[in-house]
Design a protein around this ligand. Structure first.
Ligand code: AMP
Ligand code: MN
Ligand code: MN
Ligand code: MN
Length: 289
């Protein structure tokens, strides 16, 4: 079985390992192809590629773009993107600037609950000064003793109706899909089971996403249950979307699944890497040797 992991994070966004450490971990776990998909930044890809030389791991150029769609936040993964495509880089830069502004607003909200200096506190956990997110705030809140771990933080803070929540507008779905496609990449809806939307809205999303040229759906991800694998396998078949597999690894203790430790796609799914003949040929050749 090919060990492929098409969703992971490094310190360039909110992962705990540097791109190099991530690649070494993937190699030690027998991963053959790894997509580094940092939130709204592609700055880790060249480091990951360098670290992967002679490691046996193929790095797939990836990104995870934050999108607002019908008052929901969605994550759209781009795979095999061109990390130098100017419209993509400009778009991501705009999102990162929005994150910086949102971080100030989050800190102001937390201040109202008596939590002081959280912007400075969160920034200490941000490996990339240009990319700040809720996970960095969450780590600071754990440091303050306000929750036992990052997961528990998100039960009490930083989400709708809780201290530290702010509304935010991310990229629009059509532009995110466009940046990915026009840079030569494949747009994938990340962890579809995590969006609090009805089945009717999910169908609407899949229709729109297809019309825009989106091509794949994460079926097996670290944040899906076995039941969700089956649900999204059915959607991928019905809507003729390729199926993707990714751990969404952020670091040990902060992720459901370790890198490269995922079950196979359910029967009948079309794997997104099926059309990547260079990758699959190379992998089957080395599997034979
Ligand atoms: P942001 O893009 O800044 O809004 O932050 C989203 C990130 O926060 C996700 O990619 C996760 O890393 C983290 N996150 C969100 N919800 C949770 C949760 N319930 N448990 C653990 N991490 C979470
Ligand atoms: Mn994250
Ligand atoms: Mn995500
Ligand atoms: Mn992710």
């Amino acid at each position: 079985m090919l060990n492929i992991d098409l969703h992971s994070h490094s310190t360039v966004s909110d992962g705990l390992l540097s791109p190099e450490e991530l690649v070494h971990r993937a190699a030690s776990r027998g991963v053959r192809a790894l997509a580094l998909t940092d939130h709204d930044d592609v700055g880790g890809l060249s480091l990951a590629k360098q670290a992967a030389v002679r490691s046996g791991v193929d790095i797939v150029n990836g990104v995870e773009i934050s999108v607002s769609w019908c008052s929901q936040t969605l994550h759209i993964v781009g795979l095999r993107i061109d990390p130098e495509y100017p419209p993509l880089l400009r778009g991501l830069e705009v999102i990162r600037r929005g994150r910086a502004k949102r971080a100030q607003e989050i800190a102001a909200e937390l201040e109202k609950s008596g939590i002081r200096d959280s912007l400075a506190g969160a920034s200490r956990y941000a490996g990339n000064p240009n990319l700040i997110g809720r996970a960095h705030f969450a780590r600071f809140l754990v440091e303050l003793g306000l929750a036992k771990d990052v997961k528990s933080v998100f039960k009490k803070f930083l989400r709708q109706g809780k201290p530290g929540h702010v509304e935010h507008r991310w990229a629009a779905l059509p532009e995110a899909v466009d940046w990915i496609r026009k840079s030569g990449g494949i747009a994938v809806i990340a962890h579809p089971g995590r969006y609090p939307i009805s089945a009717a809205q999910m169908r609407q999303l899949l229709v729109e996403f297809k019309e825009l040229g989106g091509a794949a759906l994460e079926v097996v991800t670290g944040s899906h249950t076995a039941e969700e694998y089956a649900i999204f396998a059915r959607y991928s078949k019905e809507f003729e979307l390729f199926a993707s597999v990714g751990s969404d690894y952020h670091g040990s203790g902060e992720s459901h699944r370790d890198i490269g430790q995922l079950p196979e796609l359910p029967e009948g799914c079309q794997p997104v890497w099926k059309q990547w003949s260079d990758l699959t040929t190379e992998m089957s050749a080395s599997a034979d040797s």
